[in-house]
Design a protein around this ligand. Structure first.
Ligand code: HEM
Length: 363
């Protein structure tokens, strides 16, 4: 991780990196030795106590509670009622132009709108909570801005929690307000902290992974044509997109005891960067690891991590991407990437295209 812009007090004293598939996979599956507790003193300062930094039984109980809101039956309802209408509305806005920037007009927009609807938040608040979510995850480069965003989101969500108490509605905030652990309701702090995690977790990653997939398909026209022709190829294209261009390349753990990982001694107290992006291109696991190939023999990637903190939103993310791509490919054809502005994939630890200026015909 590049700590050059991070304030001194947030930088680790001793830092290691797991790069190979074997090291990454092992570290993620041993959450006792490689703990997420360090998030409490990094992103947790801005999000509050979230499941990301919890461990053991507390993590299990809280995760079970919130994972209820993401169960497969919910996805079946959300797909036709929320996700498809959101992506169609966005395409409606640019389809008559014959050109668009698919980042600005599409990939950047749809996950925010989906989360807003799932949480029951009004559409006019979109710019506010999108900016606040981005400020929070960019905490390392602007601490005061992230602290202000954290306070603003707390006030904002407290208002919504109070509203749901008075008038329950059919959304995730209501589910959280009514949820109980051992007969006890979740505290307001637990609810708004989880919501402060959910916003960036749901927005930042899905918009980037969808942009990465579109970019790679546009650079591989024969694979693009195959997917446009046969939409059943979408799931494998999505998985290859997530492998080849990992949207969140690094997660971190603090080392709780002296240990060894793939022959390297690591002392207690060190911080371990777990480089998902590197594991996803490990030549010992993937043939032609540096090639984007949606037809490769499937071998799962690790972009959603593994072990107890495996991404809670992975089914939602896959469904959103599939529906967004399906809508795009059903309604637009001859999509061509324009060279203007030199679109390219950029960023660490979050990666995605800077822009996707395209022209297209209407199907
Ligand atoms: C392609 C899209 C996504 C990617 C690549 C992704 C990636 C990740 C990763 C790498 C982690 C683990 C972090 C760590 O172990 O340190 C994680 C955790 C999490 N993700 Fe996602 N995510 C995506 C979409 C979503 C969505 C759509 C949601 C919900 C709306 C979501 C909610 C969460 C939550 C709540 C956790 C914490 C789980 C726990 O600590 O038990 N993610 N995600």
């Amino acid at each position: 991780m590049d700590y050059s812009r991070t304030p001194k007090e947030l930088r680790p004293a001793d830092s290691y990196a797991a790069m190979s598939w074997a090291a990454v996979n092992k570290a993620l599956r041993d959450s006792t030795t490689f703990s997420t507790q360090l998030y409490d003193s990094t992103i947790g300062i801005f999000m509050g106590p979230t499941i990301l930094a919890m461990s053991g039984l507390t993590h299990k109980q809280h995760r079970n509670l919130v994972s209820n809101a993401f169960k497969p039956q919910s996805l079946q309802v959300w797909e036709p009622e929320i996700v498809r209408p959101v992506v169609d509305e966005l395409i409606d806005k640019f389809i008559d132009e014959g050109r668009a920037d698919l980042v600005r007009d599409f990939t950047f927009e749809f996950p925010t709108r989906v989360i807003a609807r799932l949480l029951g938040l009004p559409e006019q608040d979109l710019p506010f909570f999108r900016e606040a979510a981005v400020s929070i995850i960019s905490y390392a480069s602007n601490v005061p801005k992230a602290l202000q965003a954290s306070k603003d989101l707390k006030q904002y969500f407290l208002g919504h929690i109070e509203q749901r108490r008075a008038t329950p509605s059919d959304d995730i905030i209501s589910d959280l307000v009514n949820a109980e652990i051992d007969g006890e309701k979740l505290s307001e702090r637990a609810i708004y902290s989880f919501l402060r995690l959910l916003l960036p977790a749901g927005l930042e990653t899905t918009y980037r992974s969808t942009g990465n997939l579109i970019f790679q398909l546009l650079r591989h026209p024969e694979q693009f044509a195959a997917v446009q022709e046969n939409r059943d190829l979408l799931p494998q294209a999505i998985e290859e997109g997530l492998r080849y261009e990992t949207p969140l390349t690094i997660v971190q753990r603090n080392v709780t005891r002296d240990t060894e990982l793939e022959g390297v001694a690591i002392p207690e107290g060190a911080v371990l960067d777990i480089v998902l992006g590197s594991a996803n291109r490990d030549e010992n696991r993937y043939e032609r690891a540096e090639e984007f190939d949606i037809f490769r023999t499937y071998s799962p990637h690790i972009s959603f991590t593994a072990g107890t903190h495996t991404c809670l939103g992975l089914h939602l993310a896959r469904m959103e991407t599939r529906v967004a791509m399906d809508a795009l490919l059903s309604r637009l054809t001859n999509i061509t990437l324009l060279p203007e502005g030199n679109p390219h994939i950029f960023g660490q630890p979050f990666r995605s295209p800077t822009a996707l200026p395209v022209t297209f015909d209407v199907v």
